[in-house]
Write a protein that binds this ligand. Structure first.
Ligand SMILES: [Zn+2]
Length: 482
């Protein structure tokens, strides 16, 4: 494969800016912000894109920590999108081979969405520089997507029309491998809160006058437990209790459950949600309470397009794996041993492109995008294989040279694939044709209710509790992309 001069420009830019990429990734790691509270993260990412000349809109579809950065004109419209949120209780010291919190009890990154965000920005800036220098026609739309861990933001972006003018899209995600995939990889999900409203009264002196919302929660749970017998093995229904009353001598007037429902198809998850609502109505009827259902999010399964997988894979193979040092291999093996998984160390070659990937049980909020337009999915090697996400061991590599080197090759692969499409628009036509074959007669329509607004207060209190002590660990320097 011959490398075009635009692509050479982009790769050279990224090599020159390896430190800026690493500093950005580490900065997001230490921000460790929960979904919808990614204020520091979003502001820092936006500032780099603004400096590079993008038109940047802060906030999108009612998400304050989302953003849309645009550049270019004419030609095809290509979207890049990724997440940058952390998880509760995931504060973990970088490079430590045992559980060691940075800030006790605080949220943190133990999957690598910090690296996802940094790769997105670095690739976008590199593409723009190459477009400007080589006069490439096209529009780049860069989406910052909050709260992936709550499967939240991207279905709102699609519902609100932000992908109507997009030709193809790319999602980049950290992995232990360097690879592209195609096929339907994740399942559809509906996230909803079921609130029951009753009437409080003294639980000992006049319980017959009360209407117990906690009873309704328990009856719904019992009903769903019975319903599970009749679900297909690939379906899921799981929940937590959000409110269950305050003290035993007051009959709870409010009680609520937060459910995730999952199914391989959008139609299947919609049907499961309808059944759950019937169960909840039954619980309300039995307990003489009122039911209120709030859909927080509803996403389609993720699918990855085959044409775009080939474009990504060609770049991945051209770029190759980072050259790992003995120290990096030793750290990876220690973490794999500590996590009681295969101690294979870091991979020394990209993973070949295989046939369609099996559909597995997780979900990602980018599913809707992947049914709206052909979407490529890049996995880049910025962590050790087999480390279980959200476990402390998967947090330990995320601000080390393993993450930095993996981020660099990931940004190159993403930039390279986009430049290929800008230089050879026939590839976009091919992606469109293969996408039409892949989705067949399925017609995309949002699962998300038309008037639904984001749950803006989510995670606010939890984040505010930890922000001050976490701030002491923030990365002090800011390295500009130049
Ligand atoms: Zn993720």
């Amino acid at each position: 494969m011959t490398i075009s001069s635009a692509k050479r420009d982009a790769f050279a830019f990224l090599d020159r800016n390896a430190q800026a990429l690493a500093t950005l990734s580490d900065s997001i790691f230490y921000f460790g912000e929960l979904g919808l509270q990614e204020y520091e993260t979003s502001a820092l990412m936006r500032s780099h894109l603004e400096e590079a000349g993008f038109r940047v809109q802060a906030g999108l579809s009612g998400f304050e920590t989302a953003f849309l950065a645009t550049c270019g004109d004419g030609g095809p419209t290509i979207a890049l999108h990724t997440e940058y949120d952390a998880n509760p209780e995931n504060s973990q010291r970088s490079g430590a081979c045992a559980r060691a919190e940075i800030t006790p009890g605080a949220p943190g990154h133990c999957e690598g969405h910090n690296v996802n965000g940094a790769v997105l920005v670095a690739a976008a800036v590199a593409i723009k520089k190459a477009m400007d220098a080589r006069g490439l026609k096209g529009v780049l739309k860069v989406f910052g997507a909050p709260a992936e861990e709550q499967i939240l933001s991207r279905p709102y972006f699609v519902r609100d029309g932000h992908f109507d003018d997009v030709d193809v899209a790319f999602h980049n995600h950290i992995a232990g491998e360097f690879k592209a995939i195609h096929g339907v990889t994740h399942v559809a999900l509906i996230s909803a809160i079921f609130r029951f409203h009753g009437e409080s009264v003294h639980a000992s002196t006049a319980p017959w006058r009360g209407r117990d919302a906690l009873d309704a929660v328990m009856m719904m749970d019992a009903g769903m437990a019975q319903h599970r017998e009749h679900m297909r093995p690939e379906m899921r229904a799981h929940r937590v209790v959000l409110e269950g009353g305050h003290q035993p001598n007051v009959i709870p007037a409010r009680a609520s459950l937060w459910w995730y429902f999952r199914d391989p198809t959008a139609d299947g998850v919609r049907a499961l949600f309808e059944k759950a609502k019937r169960v909840a109505e039954g619980a309300a009827l039995m307990t003489n309470t009122e039911l209120e259902v709030e859909t927080l999010s509803a996403v389609w399964p993720v699918r990855a397009n085959e044409t775009l997988a080939h474009v990504l894979q060609a770049n991945i193979e051209e770029i190759g794996m980072p050259a790992w040092t003995q120290e990096e291999q030793a750290l990876a093996r220690s973490l794999q041993e500590a996590a009681k998984t295969q101690a294979t160390g870091l991979l020394d070659a990209p993973t070949p492109l295989r046939g369609p990937s099996p559909q597995r049980s997780p979900s990602n909020d980018c599913g809707d995008i992947s049914w709206k337009v052909p979407m490529g999915r890049l996995s880049f090697p910025a962590t050790a294989p087999h480390l279980p996400f959200h476990h402390w061991s998967a947090g330990a590599p995320l601000a080390t040279s393993i993450a930095h080197k993996g981020a660099l090759v990931g940004a190159k692969a993403l930039a390279g694939a986009v430049i290929d499409l800008l230089e050879t628009p026939a590839l976009i036509e091919e992606a469109r044709r293969s996408f039409a074959r892949e989705i067949g007669d399925v017609r995309y329509a949002p699962l998300l209710p038309a008037g639904q607004t984001p749950p803006a207060a989510m995670n606010r209190e939890a984040m505010e509790r930890f922000r001050a002590p976490m701030r002491a660990h923030y990365v002090k320097e800011r390295t500009p992309f130049a």
